[in-house]
Design a protein around this ligand. Structure first.
Ligand code: GLC
Length: 477
């Protein structure tokens, strides 16, 4: 295409996008096809707030996100109330959608909703929240809270039962139950998460390989692709995951040990289950990846680090959460080349596929001065309409069953309806219910020692013994 035609084509694309006729994702997809990089497109498109201001029909396709539409029946008498919500982390790819959603809320209700970024690591985020709660700070009205935290944060949350019971009735019962502490509805489910395997379909094809169903197969498949790709790309790796010392490693570790039939760290009856042959075998398997099919630096990776390697085209396999799919479709190196499957199985008689249950809820702070607007924001963000948009635009898993069957969801991310059964019942929960307020300490003991196995500071059997000792003494307190 001539430079002039190209400019015209990009101009047309931008105008369609600014008018809200196509989604941001569609705009990026078409722009990339025209040879424009996704970061340049993001700059051209500007911030969603600007796009929003130019949109003459703010209730349809807010912020350039075609599906972002306000639910009916929101209050409109909240003028003068400002609600500050601590949502995703500063450079998260979900941020633009979240900011556009808050702008739509403000437009619809008359309240002013402000986005405040939180910490990237769940472990650091909890520490920051605890600090704010210790000071009874009313600075933030609404917080996103992890699926493992209702027991830890219950005392700082208002009870959403009275005001939002109809909405709670639409969400998965098990997640609502997880958010209920001593009869109090601490949080409203926002989206759920499950650990998944993302892989490069083009590379499997190139080397005539199949997606792996066991960790052993993943190891050899990743090695074959890495050996082949290294010739042209010295930065290429077979597999990336989250090995840093933080909550994300607890999630990876649980998947490894549970997939080998090695237990759930602490069983529902309180038995500590980490120091057994199967769990140890799974830790040894994971250790074998570091510096071979995975970079040495994987022991410092959190979700964004591993995702960046993958979307740059530098890895064959990635373990991550569903949002990684939407992001991978916005990068020229991986667009249209990503398959999604359950994580591989381990070995042994009780081997199975395992995906850690993750996900986020929204709570209103007990110390907030704007609780009514806070409740309304929760109602808005956790509505079926917003869950549909979050699923379509950002590939987040809804917590309302009917949203899985919307055709727009299948069109944007075929794996969401395809793996529905895996998501609805198959995920393995971290032991937060049985350990209650002590969960975070248990998790820290576990991921600190597991990281030392990955870096080679401890052998797997010794670390498993130490995990058992430390976790037992935490829960016996
Ligand atoms: C994801 C999950 C969350 C988990 C975190 C760990 O955000 O939804 O439950 O704790 O990852 O990094």
């Amino acid at each position: 295409m001539q430079a002039k035609d190209e400019t015209k084509a990009v101009g047309r694309l931008m105008s369609e996008y600014m008018r809200g006729r196509i989604s941001r994702r569609e705009m990026v997809r078409r722009g990339v096809a025209l040879g424009i990089s996704s970061s340049a497109l993001a700059m051209l498109a500007g911030s969603p707030r600007r796009a929003f201001a130019q949109d003459s029909t703010p209730t349809a396709g807010a912020g350039g996100f075609r599906t972002l539409v306000a639910p009916a029946g929101l209050r409109t008498d909240l003028q003068g109330q400002t609600v500050r919500a601590m949502l995703t982390d500063p450079s998260n790819p979900d941020r633009a959608w979240q900011e556009a959603a808050l702008a739509l809320f403000s437009q619809t209700t008359g309240a002013t909703a402000e986005f405040v970024a939180g910490e990237t690591s769940a472990t650091d985020r909890l520490a920051a929240y605890n600090q704010q709660f210790a000071g009874q700070s009313g600075d933030i009205d609404v917080y996103q809270i992890d699926v493992i935290w209702p027991g830890i944060l219950a005392e700082h949350a208002i009870d959403l039962k009275e005001s939002l019971s109809d909405l709670a009735g639409q969400h998965f019962e098990a997640i609502v139950a997880n958010n209920t502490v001593d009869e109090k509805l601490v949080g409203m489910p926002w989206y759920t998460d499950a650990g998944l395997l993302f892989y490069r379909t083009d590379l499997l094809e190139k080397y005539s390989l199949q997606p792996p169903t066991t960790w052993d197969e993943l190891t050899t498949t990743a090695q074959t692709i890495q050996d082949g790709e290294r010739a042209a790309n010295p930065d290429f790796y077979g597999f990336v995951f989250q090995g840093n010392v933080y909550e994300g490693l607890t999630c990876n570790g649980l998947e490894w040990q549970y997939s080998y039939g090695g237990g759930t760290i602490v069983e529902p009856d309180g038995t500590v289950s980490v120091n057994n042959e199967q769990a140890i075998a799974s830790f040894e398997r994971a250790k074998s990846w570091v510096g071979t099919i995975a970079p040495q630096g994987v022991t410092t990776y959190q979700e964004p680090d591993s995702l960046n390697v993958f979307t740059a085209g530098n890895a064959a396999f990635l373990r991550n959460w569903p949002y990684a799919y939407a992001t991978s479709q916005e990068s020229a190196a991986t667009e249209g080349k990503v398959g999604v499957s359950p994580l591989p199985k381990g070995n042994g008689p009780d081997a199975r596929h395992a995906d850690t249950l993750g996900g986020w809820q929204l709570m209103v702070s007990q110390y907030s001065q704007n609780q009514e607007a806070g409740i309304e924001l929760v109602k808005f963000l956790c509505s079926p309409e917003l869950q549909l948009s979050f699923a379509v635009e950002r590939s987040h898993l809804p917590t309302i069953a009917s949203v899985y069957d919307a055709p727009e969801v299948a069109e944007a991310s075929e794996f969401i309806p395809r793996l529905k059964e895996v998501f609805q019942g198959g995920a393995v929960a971290r032991p937060s219910s049985v350990t209650g307020e002590l969960y975070n300490e248990v998790s820290i003991a576990y991921h600190t020692l597991l990281n030392q196995v990955l870096t080679g500071q401890k052998d797997a059997a010794g670390a498993a013994q130490e995990m058992e000792d430390q976790i037992s003494s935490i829960i016996e307190e």
